[in-house]
Design a protein around this ligand. Structure first.
Ligand code: ADP
Length: 324
C-alpha cells in the first residue's frame, strides 16, 4: 500500500460551530503522521479557483473555541457541473493532493460523490447545524445551535409570560425538523411544527388548542416553527385574528449558526477529524465519518448519500405527550 503524503482539507456548504475543531484535528493528526496538509479556502469554489494554502500545526492555534470556519465556506454552482468538477480535479492534481477531507453537509457529500468519480479520493465529515445527514446520529454544530436556540426561547418565554402573549419562534433546519423538535422538547414548548409532520389546516387546530390553554389559565403559548414549514409572520397574523391573543413572531435566523462551539461539538469534531486522517492512513477512501449507536464508524460514501433520514418517531410522540 502506497503511503499518502499530501492531503487537502476544506469546509463546504453551511458553516457550523465545531468545524474549526475538525480542521485542527485533521491538520494536527496528519502532521504528526508526516502527512502534509493544504487548506482549501471557500469550499469547492476555492478548489476550482486554486485558492489553497499550506497548513502547519501553528496555523490551527487558537481556533478550537471559535465558531465559523477559518477556511471559509461557499456554495459553488460551478462544482455542480461536469466541467467545474473537471477543473477542480485539475487543481487537486496540480497541488499533488492524494486525498481530500471535506467537512460539510449532505449537499457537500453529493458533490464529493461526483468528485471521486473523476479519480479523487475523498473522506467526508458531517458538518451541519441541522442534523439532517442520514448516515449519522451526530453532525458538527447541532449541539451548539440547539443550545443557542433554547437560550433564546427561554428569554422569549419570560417576556411572553409577562405580557400573556403567544410567541412563534422560527428556527432553522432547512427541510428537517430536528432543531425544532429538540429545542421544543427542551423548552417545554406548547406546539412544535415540523415539516415531517405537517398536517392540513394545522393553523386552525393550533388556534383551537391555544384558546383552550388560555381558558385553563396558561399565561404564555410558545410555538416552535421549523423554517421548512412556512412563514411565521403570516402564522402570527392568522393566530392573532382567530384567537384575539396577542401573537408575535421571532425569526432566530443566523444567530443559530454562530458562537463558540459547545463541549460536545469540540469533542466530537476533534475525534472525527482525527479518525478521518486515520482512515486515510489505513488506505480506505470515499468514506464518511459517522456516529452510529454511540460509536464512531466510517461508512461508504455512496451508501451514505442514498440513505434517507426521517424524524425520530419516538421523540415526536413523546413531545406530544409532554404538552399539557
Ligand atoms: P451543505 O453541504 O451544507 O448541504 P449545499 O447543499 O449548499 O450545502 O452543498 C454545498 C455544495 O456542494 C454546493 O454549493 C455544490 O457546490 C456542491 N453540491 C451539492 N450538491 C451537489 C451535486 N448533486 N453534485 C455536485 N455538487 C454538489
Amino acid at each position: 500500500m502506497q503511503r499518502i503524503r499530501n492531503i487537502g482539507v476544506l469546509t463546504s456548504g453551511g458553516d457550523a460551530p465545531g468545524m474549526n475543531a475538525a480542521i485542527r484535528a485533521v491538520v494536527r493528526t496528519a502532521i504528526s503522521q508526516g502527512i502534509k496538509v493544504k487548506g482549501i479556502l471557500r469550499g469547492y469554489r476555492g478548489l476550482i479557483e486554486d485558492d489553497v494554502k499550506e497548513m502547519d500545526s501553528y496555523s490551527v492555534c487558537d481556533i478550537i473555541n471559535r465558531g465559523g470556519t477559518i477556511l471559509g465556506t461557499a456554495r459553488s454552482s460551478r462544482f455542480m457541473t461536469d466541467e467545474g468538477r473537471r477543473d477542480a480535479y485539475e487543481i487537486y492534481k496540480k497541488n499533488n493532493l492524494e486525498a481530500l477531507v471535506i467537512i460539510g453537509g449532505d449537499g457537500s457529500y453529493r458533490g464529493a460523490l461526483e468528485f471521486q468519480k473523476l479519480g479523487a479520493k475523498v473522506i467526508c465529515i458531517p458538518g451541519s447545524i441541522d442534523l439532517d445527514i442520514a448516515s449519522t446520529e451526530y453532525t458538527i454544530g447541532f449541539d451548539t445551535a440547539t443550545n443557542t436556540v433554547i437560550d433564546a426561547i427561554d428569554k422569549i418565554r419570560d417576556t411572553s409570560t409577562s405580557h400573556e402573549r403567544c410567541s412563534i419562534i422560527e428556527v432553522m433546519g432547512r427541510n428537517a425538523g430536528h432543531i425544532a423538535l429538540w429545542s421544543g422538547i427542551s423548552t417545554g414548548a406548547e406546539e412544535i411544527i415540523i415539516p415531517e409532520k405537517k398536517v392540513e389546516n394545522f393553523m386552525d387546530s393550533v388556534a383551537t388548542r391555544m384558546m383552550i390553554a388560555k381558558k385553563k389559565g396558561k399565561k404564555h403559548y410558545i410555538i416552535i416553527n421549523a423554517e421548512g414549514v412556512g412563514n411565521s409572520i403570516e402564522l402570527a397574523k392568522f393566530i392573532e385574528e382567530k384567537t384575539n391573543i396577542e401573537t408575535r413572531a421571532t425569526i432566530l435566523g443566523y444567530v443559530q449558526r454562530g458562537g463558540s462551539p459547545s463541549c460536545r461539538d469540540r469533542m466530537f469534531a476533534s475525534i472525527m477529524g482525527a479518525k478521518a486522517v486515520e482512515t486515510i492512513e489505513e488506505g480506505r477512501f470515499n468514506r464518511v465519518m459517522a456516529l452510529q449507536n454511540g460509536h464512531f464508524v466510517d461508512i461508504d460514501l455512496e451508501e451514505a448519500v442514498h440513505m434517507q433520514k426521517g424524524i425520530e418517531e419516538d421523540y415526536f410522540r413523546i413531545s406530544k405527550e409532554l404538552i399539557r
